[in-house]
Write a protein that binds this ligand. Structure first.
Ligand code: CLR
Length: 378
């Protein structure tokens, strides 16, 4: 039944919201949605999904050779998908509309060392508001691993679903024992948001994404949902192949278990608990840090006090508008804190050529290596 999961009083505004999406393409974040679908979490927190299994990330450093390294990178990547794409359904009952970050919004986090995996740190900055673009840098220095990337979306509407094309990519750099390095270009899958009619949206992944290693190994990952080759939702098939023709195939569900097709061995298993990022207490956070910045809006949404949420949100938005007006009047522009923007990414171009990446280049946000110490000093 249409609108089954929508509170009675919000059915009308939900229908209106769905209609406005249908006649719209581009930046969904600017559309007003009914309260029940609002998430109290900002998009600047999402890059943390890359590292919620920190042991799998650090395990990349234990590889014996390039082939093994590519396999471990693929295993870690597949194991992040459940968090990236199903965790709002688990924690809040359905996919929700995240808070739309302001320009300059920051999110810092850490996964502390344990069992010799080393400490992993996270720096996120909202580098554009219109369109929304989020840049991030994740590092496990003791294992010589770093991941830099940026994330933006282009949305369209097709037969009742929202189709989200992800713009941006991630680049994983692995320092090798001999002092050299290996790089991995990671492209991102397409999303389809279904269940809108019922008011209980969820994500299915579609089409293909790639992980190209500078060693030559390439993972080609195909995504399918219910009714396609396995009949199960959240299905993928990944082929890891070298230029010399050797290959491995892994198949299964990215939200539960997958196997090496030839040996039957378990490849990924994300049925155990993940480890959420640790952030500083609110009192220790700066004014631009996401949870501090949005605290009144988030509290309103969480406690069902939508009037308080909306007042607090307007305050932030008005403040932002004033800032942009002041900058225009002074002839200045907002200065990013942790990243420098470049129009093209030479590493993307070089590795992307190997599998004919589309587009042939993308923007790049270079990290300034100025992460604040976690004890609070900037
Ligand atoms: C952001 C980058 C992360 C993976 C990810 C997961 C969920 C996506 C999100 C990205 C972008 C914003 C998104 C969200 C799901 C819903 C939300 C597309 C790609 C849109 C803006 C909200 C739609 C509103 C309906 C839920 C009603 O690594």
């Amino acid at each position: 039944q249409a609108g089954d999961a929508v509170p009675a009083a919000q059915k009308g505004s939900w229908t209106a919201f769905i209609k406005s999406i249908a006649s719209f393409s581009g930046d969904l974040s600017s559309l007003t949605a009914p309260p029940f679908i609002l998430s109290p979490v900002s998009l600047t927190e999402f890059p943390a999904y890359w590292c919620e299994r920190p042991a799998l990330f650090s395990d990349i450093a234990n590889a014996r050779n390039a082939e093994d390294r590519s396999r471990r990178v693929l295993r870690w990547f597949i194991s992040t998908l459940k968090g990236q794409y199903t965790s709002r359904n688990e924690s809040m009952g359905s996919e929700k509309k995240p808070l739309n970050p302001v320009l300059g919004e920051l999110f810092y986090g850490i996964w502390p060392d344990a069992d010799g995996r080393g400490e992993t740190t996270l720096v996120v900055e909202q580098v554009s508001h219109h369109p929304p673009i989020t840049a991030y840098y994740i590092e496990n220095a003791s294992k010589k691993l770093s991941l830099r990337g940026h994330s933006a979306q282009k949305t369209t509407f097709s037969s009742g679903s929202i189709i989200v094309k992800q713009i941006g990519h991630a680049l994983l750099t692995v320092g090798l024992p001999d002092g050299g390095k290996e790089e991995f270009l990671i492209t991102l899958p397409r999303l389809r948001i279904d269940g809108l009619w019922y008011g209980s949206p969820y994500i299915e992944l579609a089409e293909t994404s790639y992980i190209q290693s500078s060693s030559g190994w390439l993972s080609t990952i195909e995504y399918k949902g219910r009714g396609y080759f396995s009949g199960k939702s959240h299905t993928f098939k990944a082929v890891l192949a070298s230029s010399s023709g050797r290959s491995h195939t892994y198949e299964g569900q990215w939200d539960t278990v997958s196997k090496d097709v030839r040996t039957g061995e378990v490849f990924t298993d994300v049925t155990s608990a993940k480890e959420e990022v640790t952030v500083r207490a609110l009192e220790e956070q700066g004014d631009w840090e996401s949870r501090k910045l949005w605290k009144d809006v988030s509290r309103g949404i969480r406690e069902g006090d939508f009037e308080a949420a909306s007042t607090a949100k307007s305050k932030i938005e008005n403040e932002q508008r004033q800032r942009r007006r002041d900058e225009a009047a002074e002839g200045t522009t907002w200065k990013l804190k942790h990243f420098v923007h470049e129009d093209s990414d030479p590493t993307y171009e070089r590795l992307g050529k190997l599998f004919k990446a589309n587009p042939p280049t993308e923007d790049m946000y270079v990290f300034l290596c100025n992460a604040p110490k976690f004890d609070g000093s900037a």
